[in-house]
Design a protein around this ligand. Structure first.
Ligand SMILES: [Zn+2]
Length: 285
C-alpha cells in the first residue's frame, strides 16, 4: 500500500508537468508527423514514444514504449501509417523507467520478431526487474515524495527478458547506423540513460535527459545522479540540435536551437528550479 501511495505521488508530479504542458501547448491524441518519416505517439498525457519509418513504410524503429498498456496506441499508429506490426525492426529504450519501458512486455507479444536495446546498465535492470530509486529535487516534488521514490521496471517473462539486448554507445549495433542514429550515453536521470541523435539532420531523441517547454529546454526534477544529469544535459545542448524530441511535454518546434544562450542566472528560472525542480538550461531561438 505504501509503495502504491508513493508511486501515486510520483505519477502526480509527472502528470502535473504533462497537464501544465498541455495547458501551455496542445495535447494530441493521435500520432503526429514531426518530420516526414518520424511520428510522435502520445502514449499518455504529456508522454511520448517515437516511431521512425522507412520505405513507405515497411521498416519501423520505435524509441521507447510508454507506460504499461501503451502497446495498443503504438500498434494503432503503425496501422494508421499503413504498416504492420511485423515491420517493427527494433525498439530502443532510452532508460528503464516504467513510463518509457513499461509497454515492452505486451509489445513483445505483438511484434514477435523485434528485439529491444538499452544501455547495458539499464538493460540489466529491465531484464532482472530489479527495483531502483528515483531521487527528486525541488520543494514541491520533494514534499510530495519525501525526496526519493522506489520503482520497479516492467515485469518481463524470461523469454521476453532474453529479447532485451545491450546497446553500448561505444560499440552500437549496426542497425543504429542504418537508421542514421548515434547513441549518446547520458547518465544521470538513470545510470544507463541514452539519447539518440541524427547528426545529419540535427534531431535529438532526448528521453528524459532533457524536456522541452515551448522554447525552453529543461532537465526533469527526477534523477539517479544529479551531477551526472547536469553534465549529460550540457553534453546534449552542446550538440546544437535542430529539434528536440523529449520523452515528456512537447517536441520542440522546427528550426529552433540554432543559437542558444544560458539563462540559468535569470531569477525566474532559479525560482522554477527551486520550487518545481526543473533545471532550465537554455533558451532556444
Ligand atoms: Zn524517466
Amino acid at each position: 500500500m505504501a509503495r502504491f501511495s508513493r508511486t501515486a505521488r510520483i505519477m502526480t508530479i509527472v502528470s502535473g508537468i504533462g497537464i501544465a504542458a498541455w495547458l501551455l501547448t496542445r495535447q494530441r491524441t493521435a500520432q503526429e508527423a514531426l518530420e516526414p518519416d518520424i511520428y510522435a505517439i502520445p502514449v499518455t498525457a504529456g508522454t511520448y514514444a517515437y516511431l521512425l519509418t522507412k520505405e513507405n513504410p515497411t521498416r519501423l524503429l520505435l524509441v521507447d514504449t510508454g507506460v504499461p498498456g501503451s502497446e495498443r496506441r503504438i500498434l494503432n499508429c503503425i496501422a494508421a501509417l499503413g504498416a504492420r506490426a511485423e515491420h517493427l525492426e527494433a525498439i530502443i529504450l532510452t532508460h528503464w523507467h516504467r513510463d518509457h519501458a513499461g509497454g515492452l512486455g505486451a509489445l513483445f507479444d505483438l511484434v514477435p520478431h523485434a528485439f529491444a536495446y538499452a544501455h547495458p546498465i539499464d538493460a540489466e535492470r529491465i531484464r532482472s526487474g530489479t527495483q531502483g530509486f528515483i531521487r527528486v529535487r525541488g520543494i514541491l516534488p520533494g514534499l510530495l515524495t519525501r525526496g526519493s521514490l522506489p520503482q520497479r521496471p516492467v515485469e518481463l517473462r524470461p523469454d521476453q527478458a532474453a529479447r532485451v539486448r545491450d546497446l553500448d554507445p561505444a560499440a552500437p549495433p549496426t542497425l543504429l547506423a542504418d537508421w542514421g542514429l548515434t547513441a549518446i550515453f547520458t547518465p544521470g536521470h538513470t545510470a544507463g540513460h541514452i539519447a539518440l541523435y541524427t547528426s545529419a539532420r540535427g534531431l535529438l531523441f532526448a528521453g528524459d535527459a532533457l524536456g522541452c517547454f515551448g522554447r525552453l529546454v529543461a532537465t526533469p526534477p527526477l534523477f539517479d545522479d544529479e551531477h551526472a544529469m547536469e553534465q549529460s544535459a550540457a553534453k546534449l545542448i552542446a550538440l546544437g540540435p535542430r529539434r528536440v524530441f523529449p520523452g515528456h511535454v512537447r517536441p520542440s518546434p522546427v528550426g529552433v536551437m540554432s543559437t542558444m544562450k544560458e539563462i540559468s542566472s535569470a531569477h525566474v528560472w532559479k525560482v522554477l528550479e527551486t520550487v518545481l525542480g526543473l533545471g532550465v538550461r537554455a533558451q532556444m531561438s
